[in-house]
Design a protein around this ligand. Structure first.
Ligand code: ATP
Ligand code: MG
Length: 751
């Protein structure tokens, strides 16, 4: 049935069908949320392949997130018997990275170049500012790294930046020095991935022609959020025989702060000679009330291209709105609702909690944690960004590339090995003067610091030697041991969590290697991808691929792999995704819309588009909440409800009564968790026990306050087992989470 692709088309409506079967020319699909844009894009690829109009190597598809790319590959794989892994499907960054791995030499990069995440980038900029002897107050690293990223996104190298005053001149000087430092250390930041690729294509005609001939179809999802450089990059890859399908929704443009240009859509129409523009007006995702809410809200914006969106799905559930006395109460309420949804059969991964800014997640995380509900945070404070993990990754990076000064500085004296700040400064001076990396400059260091420094180098040399024939997870294990990291955190008073995180890194390495498809892109390059100059790119080691994965895909491992978990993310990160039930939290003036947008009409419209994105993620149920008080960034804020709630159609809303404040303490008796997310360590509940029955065992219940002679006051998290086996898990204020045998532990209930 798949031979000619006709079976793929059966489920489509006429407009979608027209889009999927367009001739091989450039086209634009402009349509609202949930109208099937992404589905059309995926189906078109499958159809083109099934029809034999293009080979898998002739297709490039650009998605907005790695998650979306994976999903697209899964769907394609299900539609066609294909090795989708070898196809060029990914984010702009991911595709450029792949490109640079193949053409590193031509791009002027070392074979083992490493990617810096935004944290690394900022600390690299900081070092530059220091080394130039500049005032860090006047030139904060954060701002300067933004400046550099903006320049790059506009395609500007230091020499291209227009300098108007002395301040700008210094900024450019920083940019210049930063580039030299990156060059020396063999590292690239995110924006560099794109700019490098673009420049290489621009100057290397043979290479450019090769790819222009190769890619017959380029398909771009979420086109409204492309920036200038991404647009130019696309143009660079488009030859006379390339058909570009751009798919987007101007109402979902939410990345202006990163340089996204909605105008790219208009430019695209002209510059790519687009003759086919398709609208999709039926929404297949959300039920009636939810869609009404979205339509009503976005109609308050003035800057729109104008689109309709309707559904045949019926009114469905009203949108539930709740005013909460405080943020803790809000979080607990969400958890209660989630428990109900889950009991009623909604899988956890079909439920999402969205917030405007990352800092809001902590309170929600702790409420989820308290009842042991597995969850996963996308973006934000993520596993790979935790200090202990970054330390471990730094050692691993140094194995790959000893010249990586950022990693070098991170761990040269961590765990402490008697290398003082003075010595490090001396080393940096020598390196700066000779234009070499820190690694290469060690010989010139004299005095008391020299010996421990040499010991550090010996350690790395030995590690490099001893890990040569090990599998990835054993490499990680050995590095954790020999570097002293593991012991360091073991001996720390509150280091238990960190030790567990380190152990989780071994698991992550193992999963990376075994899990089908993880990082394969970077590991093996198919033979058909020989470039015209015969350059094949280095075959990258699993370790290098893993490190890339760590920087590109941070935060994918919070709940254990395969565990059904509630999804937490910012609204920005939720773009393109959908869930049965969505909780949209913190709908307060100053938070959402963000305070920076309060007096700027343009910014306010962007906030409203963000709200539109949030609402349209929900299929069946949408919950909105706001809180009278909120503790954020260390201070209590008293907030008014967001104006966006006022902008929703009242007939689609159902207001929920606020419960009196006294009721908030008691967490309802719930099923004791079978397993915990990483935060609580490894899965703790034994499968055979009946945790549900034990939720109130022996007069104890979850949520109850208790006192322990040694550990002080705490709150019961979990009860498990019966009789002599009964165990209780308590979170103590000063001593953290402990498991205690109920028969032995002397606990007193607190009123
Ligand atoms: P967004 O703007 O949020 O990215 P979208 O326009 O890309 O949304 P999709 O994610 O492609 O929309 O589709 C939304 C949902 O509707 C998906 O679950 C998809 O499978 C479903 N859908 C799309 N078209 C059809 C159809 N013709 N019949 C049934 N379901 C459909
Ligand atoms: Mg989509």
């Amino acid at each position: 049935p798949l031979r000619d692709g006709s079976a793929l088309l059966r489920a489509l409506n006429p407009e979608q069908l027209a889009a999927v079967t367009l001739p091989d020319e450039s086209a634009l699909i402009l349509a609202g949320a949930g109208s099937g844009k992404t589905r059309v894009l995926t189906t078109r690829i499958a159809w083109l392949l099934a029809q034999g109009r293009v080979s898998p190597a002739g297709v490039m598809a650009v998605t907005f997130t790695n998650k979306a790319a994976k999903e697209m590959m899964t769907r394609l794989g299900a539609m066609l018997p294909l090795n989708v892994r070898s196809m060029w499907i990914g984010t702009f960054h991911g595709l450029c990275h792949r490109f640079l791995r193949m053409h590193w030499k031509a791009a002027g990069l070392p074979a083992a170049f490493q990617i810096m995440d935004s944290g690394d980038t900022q600390s690299a900029v900081k070092r530059v500012i220091k080394s130039l002897g500049l005032d860090e107050e006047r030139f904060p690293a954060r701002q300067q790294s933004w400046f550099i990223a903006h320049c790059k996104e506009d395609g500007q190298r230091p020499g291209d930046v227009e300098v108007r005053d002395a301040h700008a001149q210094t900024q450019v000087r920083i940019y210049q020095a930063y580039e030299e430092q990156c060059e020396r250390e063999g590292v690239v930041d995110f924006a560099e991935l794109l700019l490098r690729t673009y420049e290489l294509l621009a100057r290397d005609e043979a290479l450019r022609e090769h790819y222009r001939n190769r890619f017959r179809h380029i398909l771009v999802d979420e086109f409204q959020d492309t920036n200038r450089l991404q647009y130019l990059w696309l143009k660079m890859l488009t030859g006379p025989r390339t058909a570009v399908l751009a798919v987007g929704d101007d109402d979902q443009s939410i990345y202006a702060f990163r340089g996204a240009r909605v105008d790219n859509m208009q430019d695209f129409l002209h510059e790519f000679q687009v003759r086919h523009q398709i609208k999709l007006e039926r929404n297949y995702r959300s039920s009636g009330h939810i869609l009404d809410a979205a339509n009503h809200l976005i109609s308050h914006n003035t800057q729109r291209l104008g689109k309709e969106l309707r559904t045949d799905a019926g009114a469905g559930e009203p949108v539930r709105v709740r005013e909460c006395p405080g943020d803790q109460d809000e979080a607990r309420w969400i958890v209660e609702e989630l428990q109900q949804l889950h009991r009623a059969g909604t899988p956890r991964h079909e439920t999402a909690i969205l917030y405007r800014s990352n800092a809001q997640s902590r309170v929600i995380e702790s409420a989820l944690f308290n009842v042991g509900m597995p969850y996963r945070v996308h973006g934000g404070l993520r596993f790979f960004e935790r200090a202990e993990i970054k330390h471990a990754l730094a050692y691993l990076r140094l194995l790959e590339n000893a010249e990586d000064d950022t990693s070098y500085l991170r761990v040269v004296n961590f765990p402490t090995r008697g290398i003082g700040a003075r010595t490090v400064e001396q080393l940096q001076d020598v390196a700066r003067q000779s234009g070499r990396s820190l690694w290469q400059s060690v010989g010139a260091v004299v005095g008391r610091g020299a010996a421990p420094l040499q010991a550090f180098h010996r350690l790395l040399d030995e590690l490099r030697r001893d890990t040569r024939n090990l599998c990835l997870s054993d490499i990680v294990r050995l590095v954790l041991e020999r570097s002293g990291l593991q012991d360091h955190y073991r001996s720390e008073r509150d280091g238990a969590d960190r030790v567990e995180n380190l152990e989780e890194l071994i698991n992550a390495a193992e999963a990376f290697v075994t899990q089908e498809g993880f990082g394969r892109d970077a590991v093996a390059l198919p033979v058909d991808e020989l470039a015209p100059d015969g350059e094949t790119g280095e075959i990258v080691s699993p370790l290098a691929a893993f490190l890339t994965h760590a920087s590109l895909e941070a935060g994918e491992h919070q709940a254990q792999a395969g565990q059904d978990a509630v999804q937490l993310m910012t609204v920005h990160a939720a773009k393109g995704l959908e869930f049965d039930a969505v909780f949209l939290t913190g709908l307060e003036e100053g938070l959402f819309p963000h305070e920076s947008a309060q007096s700027d009409p343009k910014a306010l419209e962007e906030e409203r588009r963000l709200m539109y994105v949030a609402i349209t993620r929900a299929r069946q149920r949408l919950y909105l909440s706001f809180s009278q008080t909120r503790l954020l960034h260390g201070q209590t804020r008293y907030n008014m409800a967001s104006r966006f709630i006022e902008e929703l159609p009242p007939e689609s809303l159902k207001w929920l009564a606020t419960r009196p404040a006294v009721a908030h303490w008691s967490v309802p008796p719930v099923a004791a968790p079978r397993s915990f997310t990483r935060h609580a360590g490894r899965a703790t509940a034994s499968g055979g026990a009946e945790p549900v029955a034990a939720a109130s065992a022996g007069g104890w219940r979850v949520g109850q306050g208790v006192f322990h002679n040694k550990f002080g006051e705490g709150v019961v998290l979990t009860l498990e087992g019966r009789g002599n086996d009964a165990r209780i898990q308590v979170r103590f204020g000063r001593h953290g989470v402990k498991w205690l045998a109920l028969g032995v532990a002397k606990l007193t209930p607190l009123p």
